[in-house]
Structures are given as C-alpha cells and as structure tokens.
Design a protein around this ligand. Structure first.
Ligand code: ASP
Length: 342
C-alpha cells in the first residue's frame, strides 16, 4: 500500500483562517477541525493531513516570543510523526516568525513552510486556497532518495517559495506580498513547481534540537537625517538594553557627529552589542567603504551584511548573551541558517 506523506498544519491566526459568519457577516476564525468543509480541494491531495490550532488564534501583529516558542515546541514534539509542517500565519509579521523559527531550530531536516493570505479563505477571490494547497504540496515533496526535499524554514506566498529568513513583507495591497531581495527564490509554482535545488539550505549534521531562549532586551533604530541623537539615549542605555540593530543609510553609513559617536562608543564600552544593517531593501553593509561608516569599524560595531531587519532582530534575540560577548559577536557575524551572504 502506498504510504502518503503526513503533514501537520499549525494555525496561529491571521486572515487565511477567516470566513464570514453567515449570521453577522463578520470575519471569524475557521475551525480547523473542519478544514475540508472550507477547502474541499484538500481531499484530492495525496497527503494525510492533521491540524492543530492556537487556542486563541491571533492577528500576527500580536506575535511575541512566546508564540514562536509555542510553534517551535509543537514542531519539536511532533517532529518524528510527520514528514512536513505548514504554519498558517498572518502575513504582517510572517517574515519575523520565519526568521525566528529558523534560529530556534538546530539540525532541522524537514520542511517548515509558513504561509498566509491577503484575503480570507472564505472569500471567493481569496489567495488563501492556492497558498495553502501549494504549501502542503511543497511540505510533502520528496527527493529521489525519498527524503524531504526542503529542509529549512521557508515562506510560500503567491506562487513563490522563499527562504524564511531572507523574506520580507513588501506590499499591504498586492497578492504578491513578499520579496527576498538578496537571495533568489527557492522555487516557483506554475504548471509545475520548479525548485532551485542548488539554493537550498542544509543544516550541518546534528540531532534536531530547539533553542527557544530568546533575549528581548534588544532595540531597533532607523536613522534619518535631522535626527536629534539626545532623544535616543534610552535606546543606548546599557543598563536596560543588551543589543541594538541600527538601520543605517546605503552601504552602512551614518553621521560622524560627536553626539552619535558618543552614544555608540559608551554603549559598547558598557557591554552593549550593535549590529549594522542597511535600511535599503536590497544590497549590503560594507563597513569602511565610505568614511561615514569607518566609525563603526573603529568602535566595534558588527556588520550585518545583507541581512533583512527581520533576520537581524531575531538573530540578535537568539544569540545575544551579555555574559559571553565574544561568542555573541562571533555568532552575529557568522552565517548560521543561510540568512547572510559572506
Ligand atoms: N493583519 C493580518 C495578520 O497579519 C493580515 C494577514 O493575515 O495577512 O494577522
């Protein structure tokens, strides 16, 4: 008898799982135990599906570290029983969650595909059905050796498959809502699903583990011309903040004023860590290329290369240990899950 791949769908919340209640016409969450009633096409897929839902599904703007832990723990506990996982998630913060999960998992050898939609699954023009059905197909895909094809955390949206920690939400309007500007897509769904297998990430050989111990003493600062640096002293208060991600200009540039310099140098001298990423949507930080970024090299700021904000923030949360600063800095600069081009 043919053994069908077993896929676990985890619903966290978001538009994809919504239908209009017939009585009130208000959007409410689908009961995922009855998913086949809402998406009967799923019966025709050659997979065995099971579903789990957050007790209280949330809009993804409410996502917090505890929710990432819940998803990671659920996958960890069900890892041996399933061939792949599909996480249904609001699109707004999906790339943060995909990045966070990529850092939480060590030695992942099975697909974890995050998807969502711009329109509720219960609406005729929904993009949710295609996103859901193809995500399940991708999570069930096997290679010639009958091993899982994808072995990383990925985002599938509007016919494209992206590495999760390279993706970003790019449109609040279009069905084509995600981009991965610094890393080519892992696959595209047309008549066939075509994969760029040479771009896949394979974790180093190790037992599957999760590290859900995230540090929330982190801040994000986007520079702008005319910024009054005095207002940001709280962000660089090393008694309260362990790490700051700075979104700088262009290839990693910032003003060379004494005010800005002092904020950074005193924070680092007191044991804080700073990671420099660009506020441009594509391209990378190259510290020292211009005079306006050489201060970062002098002061010990770490270059975040071509990492997205989503990857930089969650990587910082994942590796930041005030008691082991040299290890923290080493890990931040390293490629841990395919999130940075070195
Ligand atoms: N606000 C919703 C969310 O992110 C939008 C969506 O699901 O796409 O949860």
């Amino acid at each position: 008898m043919e053994v069908k791949p077993k896929i676990l769908i985890i619903y966290t919340g978001g538009t994809i799982g919504m239908i209009k209640a017939p009585e009130t016409a208000q959007l409410t969450n689908v009961n995922f135990d009855h998913i086949y009633d809402h998406v009967p096409e799923l019966r025709r897929l050659n997979v065995e599906l099971e579903t789990l839902s957050f007790e209280n599904p949330i809009d993804s703007s409410e996502i917090d570290i505890k929710h990432w832990k819940e998803v990671a723990q659920t996958i960890f506990e069900n890892y041996a029983q399933y061939d792949g996982f599909v996480v249904l998630h609001g699109s707004d913060t999906m790339s943060y969650s995909a990045s966070a999960l990529s850092f939480m998992f060590e030695g992942l050898k099975k697909p974890v595909i995050l998807t969502g939609s711009q329109l509720p699954i219960g609406i005729i023009r929904t993009d949710g059905k295609e996103n859901l059905i193809t995500s399940i197909e991708i999570a069930a895909a096997r290679n010639g050796e009958n091993e899982p094809l994808i072995r990383e955390v990925a985002v599938y949206f509007d016919y494209k498959l992206f590495r999760g920690n390279r993706s970003m939400k790019d449109s609040a309007e279009h069905f084509e809502a995600f981009k991965s500007p610094n890393y080519q897509e892992l696959g595209a769904a047309g008549v066939n699903i075509r994969y760029n297998t040479n771009l896949f990430y394979y974790a180093p050989e190790s037992e599957f583990k999760i590290n859900t111990d995230f540090n929330d003493r982190v801040a994000l600062l986007k520079l702008f011309p005319g910024m009054n640096h005095e207002l940001y002293q709280g962000v660089f208060d090393a008694a309260k903040v362990d790490g700051v991600v700075i979104e700088t200009f262009g290839a990693g540039n910032a003003p060379n004023s004494n005010g800005f310099r002092n904020l950074i140098s005193s924070f680092i001298n007191e044991g804080g860590v700073i990671l420099n990423i660009t506020q441009c949507n594509s391209g990378a930080v190259k510290q020292g290329l211009y005079k306006t970024s050489s201060l970062f090299n002098e002061l010990g700021v770490i270059s975040g290369g071509d990492m997205t904000t989503e990857a930089a923030m969650t990587k910082m949360m994942s590796v930041l240990d005030r008691n082991n600063l040299s290890k923290t800095k080493e890990l931040l600069a390293k490629n841990l899950r395919g999130e940075i081009t070195l």
